[in-house]
Design a protein around this ligand. Sequence first.
Ligand code: AMP
Length: 147
Amino acid sequence: MSYQHILVAVDLTEECDPVMKRAQALANSTQAKLSVVHIVEPMAMAFGGDVPMDLSMLQQQQFEQAKERLDAFAVKYPQLSAESRHLAYGQPRQEIHRLAAEQHCDLIIVGSHGRHGLALLLGSTANDVLHGAPCDVLAVSLKKPAA
Ligand code: AMP
């Protein structure tokens, strides 16, 4: 069985390229459609909940900047048309799952740092996305080779 529609979750750091390249190779070999998503996390979440000020202007700017960065990233990959670039606001796991279901994706691809120890306790987006995903999930290893 080959994949029909692959959704790549990107955090818009320099680590997106290896994830995207793996996704592109897979999409080419299976003739799958490729889409990309970036989730803008609410500022209040970063501050741990209650913030006694209006963040709506800042959040609007944060969203616009993320859109510019997503567009700049996507132009490097000709398969990513404007319609296949998605930007959502909220919690990454929830929004990635929602979009994958809405777009009838059959594979989600994320990067994975293969954390261990204390970092593992803090959790990772790859781990989070895996649980309760509406389709298959591929975690592309971002571990740096041992020196
Ligand atoms: P992390 O566990 O936060 O280091 O992220 C690992 C992977 O999760 C990244 O390589 C992305 O594939 C995905 N990811 C993390 N944050 C986001 C985000 N805000 N939007 C979309 N994908 C994300």
